[in-house]
Write a protein that binds this ligand. Sequence first.
Ligand SMILES: Nc1nc2c(c(=O)[nH]1)N[C@H]1C(S)=C(S)[C@@H](COP(=O)(O)OP(=O)(O)OC[C@H]3O[C@@H](n4cnc5c(=O)[nH]c(N)nc54)[C@H](O)[C@@H]3O)O[C@H]1N2
Ligand SMILES: Nc1nc2c(c(=O)[nH]1)N[C@H]1C(S)=C(S)[C@@H](COP(=O)(O)OP(=O)(O)OC[C@H]3O[C@@H](n4cnc5c(=O)[nH]c(N)nc54)[C@H](O)[C@@H]3O)O[C@H]1N2
Ligand code: SF4
Ligand SMILES: [Mo]
Length: 864
Amino acid sequence: MTSVRTTCAYCGVGCGVLATPTGERGVTIKGDPDHPANAGKLCSKGTHLGETIGLEGRLLTPMIGQRRASWDKALDLVARRFRDTIAQYGPNSVAFYVSGQLLTEDYYVANKLMKGFIGSANIDTNSRLCMASAVAGHTRAFGEDIVPAAYDDLDVADLIVLVGSNTAWCHPIVYQRIRARCEADAKLVVIDPRRTETADEADLHLAIRPGTDVALMNGLLAWCRDAGVVDHDYLTRHVATPDAFWDQVGDGSDLWSVARTCDVSPQDLRRFFELFAATPRTVTLFSQGVNQSLSGTDQVNAITNLHLATGRIGKPGAAPFSITGQPNAMGGREVGGLASSLAAHMDFAPENVARVGRFWAAPNMATKPGLKAVDLFRELGTGRIKALWVMATNPAVSMPDAGSVREALAACPFVVVSDVVATTDTSVHAHVRLPAAAWGEKDGTVTNSDRTISRQRAFLAAPGEAKPDWWIVSQVGRRMGWKSAFPYDRPAEIWREHCRLSAYENNGARLFALPGHAAKGNAEYDAMTPFRWGGTPFADGRFSTPDGRARLIPVEQKPVAAPLKQWPMTLNTGRYRDQWHSMTRTGLSPKLARHREEPLVEIHPDDAARLGIVDGGLARVSTPQGDSVFRASVAATQRIRELFVPIHWTDRTATGGRAGLLPRPLADPISGQPGFKSTPVRIEAVATEWRGFIVVRGELARRPDCLWATRVAVPCGTAWDMAGDGDAAALEALLPKGQRIEAIDSARGSRRIAILDNGRLAAVLFVTRDATLPPRDWLVAQLNEPVAAPTLLAGRAPGVQVDRGPIVCACFDVGLKTILTAIADQHLADVPAIGAALNAGTNCGSCRPALAKLLVTQGSAHVA
Ligand SMILES: Nc1nc2c(c(=O)[nH]1)N[C@H]1C(S)=C(S)[C@@H](COP(=O)(O)OP(=O)(O)OC[C@H]3O[C@@H](n4cnc5c(=O)[nH]c(N)nc54)[C@H](O)[C@@H]3O)O[C@H]1N2
Ligand SMILES: Nc1nc2c(c(=O)[nH]1)N[C@H]1C(S)=C(S)[C@@H](COP(=O)(O)OP(=O)(O)OC[C@H]3O[C@@H](n4cnc5c(=O)[nH]c(N)nc54)[C@H](O)[C@@H]3O)O[C@H]1N2
Ligand code: SF4
Ligand SMILES: [Mo]
């Protein structure tokens, strides 16, 4: 079979992938050595893409309610309900909520339908939760949403500052590039309240108080001015500086008050300031710790101010670098998928509305911005939005105050969900579900963090009746009466139109322009190799503002709110290395499950001791919006009074661990991006009486109904880790039918049941009150054995056991205990030595920071 060149389904690094089909629904995945983003490397998520393309859980036919429907019926219904709603209540009574995981062609068509034909701008995207502050900050500073950096800049920078970015976990291939540069001779500074694995490896980590980035950056700017590194010549020629800008920046000598606000040591702060001032080739890379804040836009501009004032922009190795989350967050911005932009980097200025209207020959141009995500779902709740179409996102999980979002979805008269999986927390509220073709089945383009546009290509046939998103939207457009506007038969046609619009009446005012590409024929489009648009933006000092000058934006640190009596702590939310958002894909991979199997609330040891919370116990995290139970992880990497929880678990995968229920539905006033990173919160220990697990071939028919249950993908099946109170006997009803063997020890509240199916293990249930539970690895492996072992109920093989501990290296399946033993016994001194001994860390490299950390802890254990 020949390999197909495509791009990874996950993050905004945008790695090139070589996919080689191996028969029906099988594929081997390798990094594409010719792709500029990754030069052949892939992280753990990319490496294991092959495990996620199975058909389990897929939505394979259109559904109206719980009934299968033909495409004709479903599409007609969607078109009719949208048309009728618009006829009765006007265009602003309907909305689309779309995603940075759509391809550019899908996105373009959805945006065109809403903004040019339905006549509303009520189309917003999950990028609102992700990149909106960067978009607003870029627009304020540069006059256009341009990321003025490329990955190549990292190779020549002398200082790399990571602000609110857990790059080692969230953009691992970019991180490997950063490490390579730092191992040569660059310095790395990490600014993050948590000591992440990224921070662990930095030359300097500033664990600032959350939400004090503006104070830090303003302090640094004042320091730079006093140190004489402000580039006055650059400012005079290329930047508009508002009156009194410098007055509000503050006094560069007042390091102590900055240190107090940010709660870091003045010594560390000084080190950072001196390093920054002394290093012209600096890249400041930032992500959600900056964007997802009620002051997100100001925080972005605090960073652009620094780079503009020191002239560190438009030059090799010097740039502010907003790194994007989703694979096509950038493509979405290019087509104008946000409610606040129109199309092709144009806003709603009347001449733009007229221009795009001319280009589309649009009958009903939207003339002003639509509802931003948080407002959109609020309006859904009030009943003003009466028909909603959700594509490629799961707002019932990922929106702030997700409990209210669910109520709003449940109350909405008409909800359409296009997704690849049959049941999501959002699609349970859908009146119509439309089966979308998934990664590997669809064709189009994506734009990564550094403006590189790459093709995604199909290497599998779409299963069942699944169809690409652009097709689905075009069909609805046609059926709503706009046949000639949505005539597309293939993504290449949409691509050409998108490129023509980018260049249409564009005399250079908009940097985003792909004129040469509008002429690409179908074959050329199919053969397209990755290219970066925009060259080195602003290299000539000209910006996309009317006067060609960039803007310094006065920004002020907001007072840090005092802790509230009832909600005395602060909740931070974010990502795990090996899971992707609501886990619809990564949740299928047993290998990826091994890194972090359950949703943990990380809490500082002092707080845990004060509140009686123990490592591995359960704890309830509450905010005024809602509460959810997590397993506690007591970790000195947290600041005191600050908690961290992951965003990945849903109703499908756990009874608790629902981060989305907790944040407030509050957003940055300029960008509309929610402040996901700091919510006033409280936590309390939750007592349980028993714990246990189920291991089952395939899936359980339904989720165990107990205080704590989390689903873990395992080879050939599923495991559920559980804890609860009261009687655990009800769990037995979940087990499949078959021959049953059991061992009950009532004194210790222990119950072990195995179900055999023709002599093979089909399921086990182990529960105990006081006794220990065996690790479930061996039982999981038994699912694959043709004949059940006689020691099933012991939970282990006859003879000696090796407990490998939690898996650190997902590629080679190497456990923590194996690594620690090897470090001690074989005197392994560095990460390559661990690689030579155990293979760990030698494939995708995502676990290398974890290995480095083990060497340090194990080393100190030796000394002790
Ligand atoms: N493994 C994995 N990778 C992913 C994703 C995934 O789901 N899983 N998702 C992708 C997407 S869509 C996105 S948007 C990116 C997100 O990538 P990141 O932004 O790197 O990830 P997060 O974990 O959301 O948050 C980053 C860090 O911000 C810190 N932070 C919190 N508050 C503050 C603050 O006030 N100031 C500062 N300076 N820092 C703060 C947090 O402690 C956290 O470590 O990841 C992408 N990559
Ligand atoms: N508390 C908290 N909340 C957050 C964040 C945080 O840090 N903290 N981060 C926010 C950020 S940055 C982001 S990006 C969001 C992500 O949040 P979501 O976008 O809600 O998360 P996903 O799980 O990626 O949802 C994508 C959905 O699209 C489906 N899908 C995949 N491919 C396709 C396709 O080709 N077509 C269609 N139609 N469907 C497809 C998947 O099955 C899945 O259901 O979460 C946000 N929410
Ligand atoms: S860094 Fe990992 S998840 Fe991101 S695009 Fe590359 S392989 Fe995919
Ligand atoms: Mo994101």
